[in-house]
Design a binder for this molecule. Structure first.
Ligand code: NAD
Ligand code: FES
Length: 294
């Protein structure tokens, strides 16, 4: 069993959990993910690793409560345990294979949208621990939805914050400051790493393509079982078919067929909703039964 060591609410819909998983912590690298199984009848939930501590043997995950499995996870408290916690899975971020000399000459910009801040954090932390700070654009719907601001700022150089409603930072999407930075000839970026909703990553890639700036995106939201078996995460990258969970989750954003990826993500939405609706009813019955026994 994988015991929850700490539980923290980052915003009304997003939770952070530090989990005891020494074997996963030992081998985890930025960019990789884990599969969490909340209980023995639960589904597999693929989640990008947000942080790891090899000495303490712990791995930190951040998740948005969006369906039955994440609702089940959110009900667990410090001291409870997940039935399974498998990983690290997927390929690590490309930048960690580069030497300190290669990295020192590079100007890197991270773009984090909403919960996408969680998989951005370990990459920025890793870079900072190797003597390199990158710039960051951090966007969310409103000030209350911004997560990991302090942690990201500690590991960043320049930080630009945006909110859709203007309640913090600049009003608008992350693509606003990105456009300004790309137009500003005094700051050239060698690489941009954008993680967030598919539509955000598509907009970023469309913009950076015209400036010819290499852009990496994470297709984590397409994954379902995370084993290479279900086929749900199949994507076209250039002319090639790839599986996000095996070949990714990170890919060259300029080669991703985002229309196909977004169609694929939308395809499973009605089934997921119906399944969640039925299971949520079971969960509600279970909750009211346990209350009546108290
Ligand atoms: P959100 O809808 O609140 O969007 C976050 C930010 O993305 C916005 O504030 C905006 O700045 C930017 N954005 C959104 N639409 C845009 C557009 N059309 N053009 C330019 N920028 C745009 O996101 P949220 O609800 O916090 O996050 C949930 C989504 O993030 C889910 O779809 C989830 O699957 C995805 N997610 C992705 C990853 C990943 O690894 N790629 C990880 C965690 C979550
Ligand atoms: Fe099922 Fe990749 S998530 S094959």
């Amino acid at each position: 069993m994988f015991v929850i060591l700490e539980k923290k609410r980052l915003n009304p819909d997003v939770l952070e959990m530090k989990v005891s998983a020494p074997r996963v912590a030992e081998f985890a690298q930025p960019g990789q993910f884990v599969i969490v199984i909340p209980d023995k009848t639960g589904e597999r939930v693929p989640l990008t690793i947000c942080d790891y501590d090899r000495k303490a043997g712990s791995v930190t995950i951040v998740f948005q409560v969006v369906g039955l499995s994440t609702r089940k996870m959110a009900r667990l408290e410090k001291g409870d345990a997940f039935a399974d916690f498998v990983g690290p899975l997927g390929k690590s971020s490309e930048l960690i294979s580069e030497s300190p000399e290669e990295l020192s000459g590079k100007n890197i910009l991270f773009i984090a949208g909403g919960v996408g801040a969680a998989p951005i954090y370990p990459q920025m932390k890793w870079l900072n621990s190797h003597g390199k700070k990158a710039d960051l654009i951090l966007g969310a719907r409103d000030a209350g939805q911004l997560i990991l601001v302090k942690e990201l700022k500690e590991n960043a150089n320049k930080v630009f914050i945006t909110t859709n409603d203007g309640s913090a930072g600049t009003k608008g999407f992350v693509t606003g400051p990105l456009n300004d930075l790309l137009l500003n000839r005094s700051c050239h970026y060698d690489r941009i790493i954008a993680i967030g909703p598919l539509i955000m990553m598509k907009s970023v890639a469309d913009l950076t393509r015209s400036f010819n700036v290499k852009t990496i995106v994470s297709l984590n939201p397409l994954m379902i079982d995370g084993t290479g078996m279900c086929g749900a995460c199949r994507v076209t990258i250039g002319n090639q078919t790839k599986f996000t969970c095996v070949d990714g989750p990170e890919f060259d954003g300029h080669l991703v067929n985002f229309e196909e990826a977004m169609r694929r993500q939308a395809m499973y939405k009605p089934e997921e909703k119906e399944h969640d609706h039925l299971c949520n009813m079971d969960l509600a019955v279970e909750e009211s039964h346990s209350k009546s026994l108290k």
